[in-house]
Design a binder for this molecule. Structure first.
Ligand code: URA
Length: 247
């Protein structure tokens, strides 16, 4: 899957995309005369710049253009969420096997982690700023999981999830537990958490005396796992998905 790179961009978009300021504030900077292109002051926010060849500076500081790529992977079980090569296959190996063709492949990194035996939505990008914004403790991005557990889920469990749980090294924020089916000692549930602590969902169920037997992430903020993606398949995010997820 080849990504099309746009080399001609409006000056204000170029600077906003690179996180200098919001588009409207960037416009003000440009009109104030703080921006040069190839050494010439440019006061027109709509002026076109070439992302490959033009040298853009704001207050004398060069702003290099990086093209961001965003992919969603339906992570299969059995691979680790890591960019480091090692004995265990990683999500990056999965992308290669699935035929990724990204000019910035070496800079790609997963946003957050899923356990080796967890499936589902994994966002992979070279936009480090997004990575930080989605994962920072203050961002509270909801993540929705489908979880199957051994044991029948009770009202008490639902309340315990809602209240937040002391898990030893931290107390979880309120989480939503919805039971889809619970019979014969097994339950199918949907869980929404706003954090992403190590083994969080497994530990929350464990605290209720239940073991998670299958876990799959379905949603992260506004981004939903494309149901047509089989485990091990990926696709680029659409323009709309990027606009919503980038905030
Ligand atoms: N909670 C877990 O226990 N594991 C995951 O992979 C994600 C959330």
């Amino acid at each position: 899957m080849a990504s099309k790179e746009k080399t001609e961009l409006r000056l204000d978009k170029y600077l906003a995309d690179m996180g200098v300021e919001t588009r409207s504030k960037v416009g003000k900077l440009i009109r104030k005369g703080a921006v040069t292109v190839n050494g010439e002051m440019v006061r027109n926010a709509a002026a076109k710049v070439n992302t490959k060849t033009d040298v853009v500076k704001v207050a004398g500081q060069t702003v290099t253009h990086t093209t961001y790529f965003y992919y969603m992977l339906n992570k299969p079980q059995g691979v680790i969420t890591s960019t480091e090569k090692g004995p265990t296959p990683t999500v990056m190996d999965v992308l290669v096997e699935a035929g990724i063709d990204c000019p910035a492949f070496a800079e790609l990194a997963p946003v957050g982690r899923l356990d080796k035996d967890t499936e589902g939505l994994l966002l992979i990008t070279n936009d480090g700023g997004l990575n930080h914004r989605l994962l920072s403790p203050n961002s509270h991005v909801d993540k929705l999981y489908y979880a199957e557990v051994d044991g029948e889920v009770t009202e008490g469990d639902i309340k315990a999830f809602e209240k937040g749980m002391n898990l030893g090294d931290f107390t979880s924020k309120p989480a939503k537990l919805v039971v889809k089916e619970s019979a014969l000692g097994r339950a199918k549930t949907l869980v929404t958490i706003s954090e992403g602590k190590f083994h969080q969902i497994k530990r929350m169920f464990e605290k209720c005396g239940k073991e998670v037997t299958f876990l799959k992430r379905l949603k992260m903020g506004t981004l939903e796992l494309d149901p047509t993606l089989e485990p091990g398949e990926f696709r680029e995010l659409t323009k709309e998905e990027i606009e919503n997820v980038v905030l």
